[in-house]
Design a protein around this ligand. Structure first.
Ligand SMILES: Cc1ncc(COP(=O)(O)O)c(C=O)c1O
Length: 387
């Protein structure tokens, strides 16, 4: 018996993960990597959120590869509030953003084709590409007092590239794709006959109140797939509902929709009660997002103040749930993470997990951590070789 090569993964725990497992139950353990919003003490998580699931419409099965019209209409209202007018037929409801990625990869790429994706970027992307037989080629975001794309890297890529993927704003770097970068990407996509894929799960979580560059759902110059879902925008990852919006020139868009319809019809994976609940949950979105934004903004402000004048650099960011610290270069990111875990019982992610290899002593932490633990964890960091 042999298994597929694409699943030949090394699943052994690395020393950091092993140590974290050992310490998890220790009373002094502080996990500064928690990004699961249901583990962060938010008050929006009350049983009242479950009420829409009791609606009797949840007893009927009316399969639709696009997802239930009322869920898609609710997604249209979400974009209309951003000034973007969509038709419900441009939307497919999926069970997760990861699934939405898989659907898009399946219609775009043959075995061995490439998709360009950002570095730093979140680790799941590599697996998503791999299990869909797509090669993910990382293009570096450059840090110069803020993160930017380097357009000539896209131009120079000679592989058979079917799409460029952006995370808007990045996880973990937090930069939005600026309007100028969006225009460059759209022109690249048209010239190369490739698509754009924009992952916007963190779009609503800006750290500042300044106007944001638009969502790619407003992009019609090239074929564009915009992905989002309620795991982040409503802080409800356990409910499993996401979507993909297809925009672009009419003929290409319709061809993509026709193909996605068959892929989605093969799975029909989004559950009926959850789709029925979406319109009501989206009505609660302003309050939920406010609570999450208050947390990330207050933790971010504390983070900046805490390390001001120290040897730890807090990298600039614009949004999302994470921040990156550049630690003193006396040891690598992995050594820093192990050191802090063993000696301070504080867990942070080493940067290499997010393809931050260019920055050898970078650590990534979550801004969702409850404020008390966040402050205690950071105090321990400051007492560790960083002054
Ligand atoms: C940038 C980004 N996109 C997508 C996902 C996955 O989202 P979902 O839970 O909807 O699959 C994550 C999960 O952390 C993420 O960070």
């Amino acid at each position: 018996m042999t298994f597929s090569k694409r699943t030949d993964w090394n699943t052994a725990l690395n020393p950091l993960a092993q140590k974290a497992e050992e310490l998890r139950a220790h009373p002094d353990f502080i996990n500064l990597t928690v990004t699961n919003p249901t583990d962060c003490g938010f008050s929006y998580l009350t049983p009242a959120l479950l009420e829409p699931l009791l609606h009797p419409d949840g007893l009927k099965y009316t399969p639709d590869p696009h997802g239930l019209p009322k869920a898609r209409e609710a997604v249209c209202r979400y974009y209309a509030a951003k000034g973007i007018l969509l038709h419900p037929d441009q939307i497919f409801i999926t069970a997760s953003t990861s699934e939405a990625y898989s659907f898009v990869f399946k219609i775009l790429a043959e075995h061995g084709d490439s998709i360009l994706g950002p570095a730093p970027g979140y680790p799941l992307m590599d697996y998503l590409a791999e299990i869909n037989d797509v090669k993910l080629i990382r293009y570096p975001l450059i840090y110069q007092n803020g993160w930017q794309m380097e357009p000539k890297i896209l131009e120079e890529c000679t592989a058979r590239v079917k799409a460029t993927l952006v995370v808007h704003p990045s996880n973990p770097a937090g930069n939005y794709v600026s309007e100028k970068e969006q225009a460059i990407l759209a022109s690249w996509a048209q010239r190369k006959k490739a698509a754009l894929i924009s992952d916007e799960v963190f779009y609503d979580f800006a750290l500042e109140t300044t106007p944001l560059p638009p969502s790619f759902a407003a992009q019609n110059d090239g074929l564009t797939f915009t992905l989002s879902g309620i795991s982040k925008i409503l802080g409800l990852p356990q409910m499993k509902l996401s979507w993909v919006v297809v925009t672009g020139p009419e003929e290409l868009k319709n061809d993509a929709l026709r193909r996605l319809e068959i892929v989605a019809d093969t799975y029909l994976s989004a559950s009926t009660p959850i789709q029925n609940a979406l319109p009501l949950w989206l009505e609660k979105m302003p309050a939920i997002q406010q609570e999450i934004r208050d947390r990330i903004r207050s933790n971010r402000a504390f983070l900046e103040k805490h390390f001001a004048g120290s040897a730890v650099e807090v990298l600039k960011t614009e949004g999302g749930w994470s921040s990156i610290l550049r630690m003193p270069g006396i040891q690598t990111d992995e050594q820093w993470a192990l050191d802090l875990l063993e000696n301070q019982k504080v867990l942070l992610h080493p940067g290499y997990l997010f393809d931050l290899e260019e920055m050898p002593a970078a650590l990534v932490l979550s801004l969702l951590v409850p404020e008390e633990s966040f402050k205690t964890g950071l105090a321990r960091l400051l007492s560790a070789k960083t002054r």
